[in-house]
Each structure stands twice: as C-alpha cells, then as structure tokens.
Design a protein around this ligand. Structure first.
Ligand code: ADP
Length: 550
C-alpha cells in the first residue's frame, strides 16, 4: 500500500524559501576590519535572487559549476543559496590548497565562474590562466572596486564586480523545480594520496544532513540561536551549519578572514553567537588567549561543536572548567557531508564518567549506520575492544567520487559501505572510539600503538601546547613512535620528564623513544595537524630528534 503523503522534494531552494520568509527577521552578521556589517534574512533572500539573475545573465542555466573562493561571509552565503537553488552546482574551492591542487580541482569540476572575495584576489590571480573552463570572475566584498582587478584580467577572463552584477537585477527569481537527487554542491577531499577526489552532494543529502545538525543530539539549533561557523564554508560545507541555520531560522555570524583568537573573541562579543563550530586547533588558540585574559570570554556561547580531528579531553575540560565553554565532539568526513556522529554522553554519565564518552567520537546520528570491520572483512562486535576499520553508510554518505580516475577508488567502498580509513572500536552503548587514521597507525613489534592516545595524553600536560605523534622506521621493531611537542612559552620540559608523565597511562613499550621539540605543529589547509610534513621533516633530517634515554 502506498502512503497518502505528498512527494515533496527536499531542496536547498526549499530551505532558502523557509529561512528567508518565515525567519525574515533573522540576520547574517559579517565581521569587518573594524566592526560588523549586517543583512536580514529577508534581504539575504532578495540578494540571492539577484545573484541568480546575474548568473543567469552570464549563461548559467543548468547544472554548470559555479565556484567560490571566499571566506565565511554574507556574499558566500548568498552564493550557497542562489547557486544550488537555480539548479547549478556550488563548488567551494579551498583557498589554502597548493596551487597545483587548486588548478586540478577547478579544471576537473569544469568550473565556469569563480566568485572571489576582494581580499583573495591576489591569491587567485596567478592561477586563473590555468583554469581552462572558467570564463568569468566575479569579485565580491566591500573593497571589490579597489582590488587589483587587472591582475585577474591578465588571464583573459571577463572580470565583473559582484555588486555591479547584482545592482539592476530583479529581487525575484523563478526558482526552478529541482530534482532532490540532483547535484547541489561539490567538495574535494584534500587527497593525501593521488589527486583530490570530488564528493557531490545532492539537495536531499544536504537537506537531511542539515536537519540532523539542528537536532538535540548535535547542535540543538532553533531560531533563538545565533550560529558562528568558524569552520570554513569550503571545508565540508562548514559542517552544514549555514544550511542548518537557514532551516531553523537561527541568525548567522560570519567571521570572514579574522580567525585568530583575538579578533575572533572580539567578533564573538559583538555578534553574540550561541553555537559555534571549528577544528581543535582554533579552540586551543582561543583557550590560550582566554587564559591570559578571561574577561574576553564570549558569554553568549552555549555550545562549541568541535571535530575534524580528535578533540583532546584536556582541551574540552580546560575550556569548560576555566571558561565555562561547553564542547561537543563530532566526527565526520567530507565524504559524510560531514557530520555522522557526536559525543553527547549517556544519561547518568556525570562527573569523571562523562569524559570517557566526551573523548569519544560518539554515537552515529539517525540515518547513518556504522560498523567496525577487521582486516579479514569480518564485522566486529560492539564490545569496545575489537578494533578494525570504521565503515559507514547512509543518505548523506557518498557512494563514489566524481569522475575519478584513481585506480584505488573502488577500495574506498565495501558492499555499499564507505571505508572511512579510520581505525577504532564501538562499545556496547554504540560509542565510536577512534584510535587512529589507518595511514597514521604505528605498528611496533606486531602491536598497535595509538598515536591519538599518545597525543591526547601529552596535550593533557600543563606545559604542552600541542603534540603530534608519528611512526618512524625501526630496524628491530618495524616502527616506533616519534613525538613532536610544542612546549608552553617560558616552560622547559625534557623527553625523560614527558616519558615519566606518560608512564602512568601507557606501558613502557608504547612510550615514544624519539622526541622533537618544535615551535608549532604544521597545519593542513583546513587547520588540522599535518603529520605528512612531520614525516618529511624527519626523513629529510629537518628536525632535531632526541632520544628519550639520552
Ligand atoms: P582531510 O582528509 O583533509 O582531513 P576531512 O575533513 O574529510 O578531510 O577529514 C576526515 C577525517 O578527519 C576523518 O576520516 C578522521 O580521520 C578525521 N576526523 C574528523 N573528525 C574527527 C574526530 N572527532 N576525531 C578523530 N578524527 C576525526
């Protein structure tokens, strides 16, 4: 028997219409050099329509790709709404990628137009000539007219100003009926091996994912909230926060390019977000800043969503106990839209018991299924000890990559499940606990050593600011851990002291024998610790390595 329900499509156009009409009084606040600029959701809706008309006038009339090269700001949000809603495909370019990858991605996606922020013109211009399919560049932002437009024109592409393009356009657009399964947006993974791979989100996947982000197990977002996505809109769609805000009517606070702790805290105190999301390195910097001046604490913030890499319990505790800032760890990947699980502790897990769960990657969201699979392909029990690769599936999990020529791409999938490349266990209560990425695991004398556990333990030391652990080749044991540590300014620490500190939680054979004291752990393009660089430093003798016993 069929249901009597209407088959109503779940589209970005639908959530835009809802947000900009039902919640017309909500606002998007964007940080500027000396304050903020604001637009209501009603104005946002009109500007999205003007942008769609402008893009149509440039020939965008089906599922062509329109790229953005932008910070988190009002214009980027307008593009987020207009491009998918008009039936085209939003392609968010990561502004911090290496030039070769950036050019590869733009060509692979066949981007027709790039919308670039005025402050990023200098970064894009040198690579534009190689972006073969791009025909127009649209420069957005309050200082667009004074940007170096000639540097863009040298590429031979047509260069327009965003505000000029929008100026005479109607405030309404005939938004087409879009198939909910068609492409809405695309995002490339950073490609640690081979070329970056494109993940294409559908309207339906973006809709369902964003709605899940608003639920109580994740962000609990309503129109009483104000959402601050610090995680870039080019990093896995800003974890769905932008669309989640439109869906729930929550206002958005956009930090633009002011992402360091000091301007960020100033912006938070001015724009009053209640929920925010960023990778751990951002919150670690905020913590260091607030420790020096607790009066700068953003009082409005009730919840920090944190993920992208393991979120040390020590960081969560410090933010909560010293500054009253609550952190919820979430796990996901570009391939999973990205949010798939979060670490809200079980009922009754109070006091110290809660940290076991808040240090985990949490329970999967409804819609996502997760399982642990051993090397021999067998599914492992949820007992908290059986370890294997985490596999997931669900309506916002990708089933493939866009036009990939990577010969290894099929190995990323297994009977309709995505192989995440993350290694860990699931306990009796369904909490996922990741011990490593498959490519980072350290195998010493046939036994696994978890780099994540060592890093978390090291970062719990009062005088350690950052720590990253990699495996280095060892004749006898195959591999041994090397710990790279950033020591707090003014403090002194030795390898022997840190080994002593770790020995309360780790067996002797798990302790790193090799130590490097460095100024900062290198970061990836999305602000995560970049172990590839440390491996290269080690291989090319670019860091001083101490033996723990010496
Ligand atoms: P990249 O591969 O460039 O890091 P993604 O942002 O898609 O791109 O990264 C996804 C990966 O990030 C996951 O597979 C996992 O290894 C890691 N990750 C994300 N969230 C967490 C978390 N809470 N704990 C541990 N690892 C995480």
């Amino acid at each position: 028997m069929r249901s009597t329900m209407q088959d109503f499509p779940l589209t970005i156009g639908g959530l835009m219409k809802h947000g900009t009409t039902v919640h017309a009084d909500s606002e998007v606040v964007t940080a500027t050099a000396d304050g903020t600029r604001r637009e209501t959701y009603a104005e946002l809706g009109k500007r999205a329509a003007k942008l769609a008309n402008g893009l149509r006038s440039l020939g965008i009339d089906s599922d062509q790709r329109v790229a953005t090269f932008q910070w988190n700001n009002a214009e980027h949000l307008e593009a987020y709404l207009a491009i998918p809603s008009m039936g085209a495909v939003l392609h968010t370019l990561n502004i911090r990628l290496f030039p070769e990858q950036l050019v590869y991605i733009a060509n692979h996606a066949e981007d027709q137009i790039v919308i670039v922020d005025d402050s990023l013109v200098g970064l894009l211009a040198p690579h534009l000539p190689e972006m073969k399919t791009v025909q127009h560049v649209i420069v957005a932002g309050p200082d667009a007219a004074s940007a170096d437009l000639d540097s863009l024109r040298e590429s031979g592409k047509e260069v327009l100003l965003y505000d000029d393009l929008l100026a005479d356009q109607p405030e309404e657009f005939e938004w087409p009926d879009v198939d909910e399964r068609s492409a809405a947006a695309m995002c490339y993974t950073s490609g640690t091996t081979g070329n970056p791979k494109g993940v294409v989100y559908s309207h339906r996947s973006a809709w369902l994912h964003s709605q899940m982000v608003t639920t109580g197990n994740i962000g609990s977002i309503s129109f009483h909230d104000r959402v601050l996505p610090i995680v870039p809109m080019f990093h896995a769609n800003s974890w769905g926060l932008a669309y989640a805000a439109l869906m729930s009517g929550a206002s958005l606070c956009m930090p633009d390019r002011w992402l360091q702790a000091e301007p960020l805290c100033r912006f938070m105190n001015e724009s009053k977000p209640t929920v925010s999301g960023a990778v751990p390195t951002v919150w670690n910097d905020v913590l260091g800043y607030l420790d020096k001046d607790p009066s700068k604490k953003p009082d409005s913030l009730r919840l920090i969503l944190c993920g992208g890499s393991a979120v040390p319990v020590s960081l969560q505790k410090a933010l909560e106990e010293r500054h009253g800032l609550l952190v919820l760890q979430a796990w996901g990947m570009t391939e999973t839209s990205p949010v798939a699980s979060a670490g809200l502790p079980p009922v009754g897990a109070d006091g110290d018991a809660q940290w076991t769960y808040r240090g985990s990657q949490g329970r999967v969201a409804c819609g996502v299924e997760g399982r642990i699979v051993a090397d021999d392909g067998s599914e492992q029990p949820w007992d908290g000890t059986a370890v294997g690769e985490l596999e997931v599936r669900g309506p916002w999990v990708t089933g493939g990559y866009y036009n990939s020529d990577d010969p290894e791409v099929d190995q990323k999938f297994h009977d309709g499940w995505l192989r995440t490349g993350d290694v860990g266990s699931i306990d009796e209560l369904g909490y996922i606990r990741l011990s490593d990425r498959a490519k980072d695991v350290i195998k010493s004398g046939g036994e696994w050593i978890s780099s994540v556990d060592l890093e978390n333990a090291l970062m719990a030391h009062d005088d350690v600011v950052e720590a990253a652990v990699i495996g280095i080749p060892d004749e006898k044991w195959g591999e041994r851990p090397l710990a790279s540590v950033v020591v707090r300014e003014g403090a002194t620490l030795t390898a022997a002291e840190l080994c002593e500190f770790l020995s309360k939680d780790f067996a002797k054979w798990q302790l790193p024998d090799s130590w490097a004291f460095i100024d900062q752990v290198p970061r990836t393009s999305v602000g995560k610790f970049d172990k590839k660089v440390i491996r290269k430093w080690y291989a090319e003798h670019e860091i001083d390595v101490e033996d723990a016993k010496s």
